[in-house]
Design a binder for this molecule. Structure first.
Ligand SMILES: Nc1ncnc2c1ncn2[C@@H]1O[C@H](COP(=O)(O)OP(=O)(O)OP(=O)(O)O)[C@@H](O)[C@H]1O
Ligand SMILES: [Mg+2]
Length: 775
């Protein structure tokens, strides 16, 4: 044990030592919120609280692991063992595993990841013969996710005229039916999607008071990190669980709330003081992470937000280097700039790759950065791409494992019933799906009864189906005695899956086989770790972990690498040197989020998060032109660049003023002393409208629904007007709101056929129509 209290300042100490009762710590970035939470847990344990009675909810699995490690260092490994720590999803997935039968789900329920959900929705939309352009599976899933996170069940949906109207207006009158089918199909398949993990937990705690009582008793102390990004569903779970003892400690920063688009509700912070009578409020103001320059620059940016709580951060750290702003010609140049700057910094200061992070607004931006880093042989790791577990060969293998535990898992079955090929084609699958829907059985159950269900299949097909069921059943029998690793090995051998991959003979095939091998290693690792921790090492637990794993969790590789990720993913993390790329209007702030003040404020908070990840140095870059939507567009520097107080920034320029595209000279990006120290200037002649205030204040619960069909006025013209697509909703000055049914003609005489709210259909010449897109 070490003297951890000595590692805290006075305000932090107060929060850590505070007695029982509800408490909230609201503080700016890098002020030690996460440290306080961690030490508070250690302290509680030292005061005799049983680790079994503590629940800590973090934003990532990785954060939970790090916290647990730190606590173990203070109180000892065996003491820390029983702590419940993890993300909302992982903690409640585990609870549901022991309670799901009460809700009619098998205990080995499957967790559908986004890919599974999208596939299921695709088939439902197809079975309902709906237009896939109107009902885009991903968008439909997003909408369902919003319902679920606001606790709107299918029944509640149908009794909510506002929602019905909103979906009707947005041209998706069948949303309710899709939602119902989706929920039914998941239920029949014994599957929960990500949002169900929260929704069903809420259901469990509401419908079964004894279960609620059990967990209320168990979790005498509840602590939540990044509270500003909890959604309504999460909020209710925490509230219910904390209701008995009210020993709830939440930490957050309203200035870092960046998930409103996914239903997070900044109100939860404000409500906290309303929900609990005697709340102790703590503020931390000293930042330990960043240089003075970075802290002050971040403060100057967030100043521009109207809606924020009153708090500041300051630091005793060194003044540090100025924030450097770099203008580049194109995204290619931007990539080269980043790679060269990293290279130079490394040469000058002997820094390793892992001291650097490149942050961007959208995943697509990584490509140019990756290309440039590869050219310079700088190792990097990209977070947020296709995670290991989402690769096809891995998903195929996992699908077999999922079926062993839960043969009703429809998505897993569809994935592998004919892979490797066994002659079970689409026609057969369609017949099976229809029969399953009619009989209200799973596809697997239909196949099990293939002799009694009259499906008009020939004997050959029936035999193939029977063989498949037998194969899965034989695995199930073996699973009684084999562990997760052995069963996975057996599956690979019997299904000849690896052989099927190898058949291809390409280099990709080799890497796919390696991936499958890596999966086996992963399972082996998992078993060992669980054994060591004396925790459940069953296949079921492995599959829960896998379903909820993100590639942020997967940092086994010990080679130091530059981290590449979106700003959203970087929340809570820190790096000595941070590049924030793509500082351009319509990219950051995003074109999708510039229509209301609250949207721009969320983008600004995102920028605040980005800046405050850095310890020593921030580089900001923007390109003068960039390929977007397949077209080269001129870019305007981001408004956020101007918002940084000028005393903290320095524009750096390439040494060769006239360098051409693709002729970038690596070692000469900027000299020892930057060529000039100038205030970033907005290009002359560019005018920008400040986003107006939202028209209507959204209610906390249904904020997002309102937002979806809320009229957004004053959208700047430009890429919007030319990007008009069929299915878009638009506002016309005279005719009001309408939906684009068709677009014809090109360039100057392009016309759109629009159906307006009053039922009239009009054909308008786009050049003059002054339409504003609203979705
Ligand atoms: N009293 C302290 N003395 C020294 N270092 C500290 C102290 N408090 C926090 N730190 C360090 O400062 C950094 C930021 O702390 P931490 O991550 O806990 O802040 P945070 O408020 O959670 O930040 P964020 O808002 O980004 O989540 C960490 O490296 C942490 O170890
Ligand atoms: Mg933190």
């Amino acid at each position: 044990m070490n003297n951890y209290i000595a590692q805290l300042n006075e305000s932090q100490k107060e929060a850590v030592l505070h007695k029982d009762g509800p408490m909230i710590i609201i503080a700016g970035a890098g002020s030690g919120k996460t440290r306080v939470l961690t030490y508070r847990i250690a302290h509680l344990m030292q005061q005799g609280v049983d680790s079994f009675n503590i629940l800590a909810l973090t934003f990532t699995n990785k954060a939970a692991r790090e916290m647990k490690k730190r606590i173990a260092e203070i109180v000892g490994q065996s003491e820390a063992k029983n702590l419940w720590m993890g993300t909302f999803h992982s903690v409640f997935a585990r609870i549901l595993r022991s309670e799901s039968e009460k809700l009619g789900f098998p205990s080995n329920f499957t967790i559908y990841d986004t890919q599974d959900s999208v596939r299921l929705l695709s088939s439902i939309i197809q079975e309902m013969s709906l237009d896939k352009d109107k009902y885009k599976p991903k968008q439909v899933l997003g909408r369902i996710s919003q319902y679920k996170n606001s606790l709107i069940t299918v029944k509640a949906y149908y009794t909510n005229p506002e929602l019905l109207e909103a979906d009707r207006m947005s041209g998706r009158p069948k949303m309710g039916e899709i939602y119902k089918n989706y929920v039914d199909r998941c239920f029949k398949a014994g599957a929960m999607d990500f949002d169900d993990l929260l929704l069903r937990t809420n259901e469990l705690l509401t419908r079964f008071p004894d279960v609620l009582g059990k967990y209320q008793d168990r979790f005498k102390y509840i602590l939540v990190d990044e509270y500003q990004d909890t959604n309504h569903s999460q909020y209710l779970i925490v509230r219910a669980l904390a209701d008995r003892f009210e020993n709830i400690c939440v930490v957050g920063d309203d200035s870092q709330s960046i998930y409103a688009f996914r239903g997070a509700n900044i109100q939860n912070i404000l409500n906290f003081q309303r929900d609990y009578k005697e709340v102790s409020i703590f503020k931390l103001e000293q930042n330990y992470r960043s240089s003075q320059t970075i802290v002050n620059a971040a403060n100057s940016v967030i100043e521009n937000n109207q809606s924020k709580l009153d708090k500041t951060i300051w630091t005793q750290n060194d003044k540090g280097d100025m924030i450097k702003i770099m203008r580049t010609l194109s995204e290619g140049d931007e990539g080269r700039f980043v790679a060269s700057a990293i290279f130079e910094d490394q040469m000058r200061h002997q820094l390793s790759n892992d001291q650097f992070a490149v942050l961007y607004r959208t995943n697509a931006q990584s490509r140019a950065i990756e290309d440039a880093l590869r050219k310079k042989n700088i190792d990097y790791k990209i977070f947020g791409g296709l995670s290991f577990y989402q690769r096809k060969e891995i998903k195929d293998t996992l699908a077999y494992l999922r079926l062993i535990l839960n043969p009703n898992d429809e998505e897993a079955l569809k994935r592998v019933i004919n892979y490797p090929a066994r002659g079970i084609g689409d026609t057969t699958m369609n017949k099976l799906t229809v029969a399953a829907n009619e009989l209200n059985k799973s596809i697997f159950e239909v196949i099990e009864n293939i002799d009694v269900v009259n499906l008009q299949l020939n004997t050959g097909t029936k035999n193939k189906l029977r063989d498949f069921v037998l194969l899965i059943k034989s695995f199930q029998a073996e699973a009684q005695t084999l562990n997760a690793f052995e069963i996975a090995e057996l599956v690979l051998k019997k299904t000849k899956l690896v052989r099927d991959i190898e058949k291809d003979g390409t280099p990709e095939a080799i890497s796919k086989v390696e991936n499958v091998q890596e999966l086996l290693n992963g399972i082996k690792d998992f078993i060992e770790v669980q054994k060591e921790k004396e925790e459940d090492d069953s296949l079921a637990v492995f599959l829960i972990d896998v379903a909820l794993a993100t590639d942020l969790d997967n940092d086994k590789d010990d080679k130091p690498r530059v981290s590449l990720m979106t700003i959203h993913l970087a929340k809570g993390l820190e790096f000595p040197h941070v590049f924030i790329v793509g500082m351009e209007e319509n990219l950051f702030p995003s074109a999708m989020s510039m229509n209301t003040r609250s949207e721009v404020e969320e983008e600004r908070r995102l920028f605040y998060v980005a800046l405050t990840r850095a310890e020593k140095q921030v580089y900001l870059s923007y390109a003068q032109s960039r390929y977007r939507w397949g077209k080269l567009v001129d870019c305007e520097p981001s408004r956020f660049l101007e918002e940084i107080d000028e005393q903290f920034v320095q524009q750096i320029a390439p040494k060769q003023p006239q360098f051409k595209q693709n002729s970038f000279i690596d070692s000469d990006i900027f000299g020892e002393t930057p060529p000039e120290t100038v205030r970033f200037k907005k290009p002359i002649g560019v005018k920008r409208k400040e986003a107006p205030k939202p028209i209507k204040k959204a209610s906390p619960v249904q904020g997002n629904f309102k937002r979806m069909h809320q009229v957004k006025m004053d959208i700047p013209e430009g890429p919007f007007a030319t990007k008009l697509k069929v299915g878009n909703f638009v506002i016309h000055g005279k005719f009001g709101k309408g939906e684009v049914l068709a677009i014809e003609g090109n360039e100057n005489d392009q016309k759109a056929e629009i159906k307006f709210e009053n039922g009239e259909i009009k054909k308008l010449l786009l050049q003059f129509a002054k339409l504003k897109i609203v979705n």
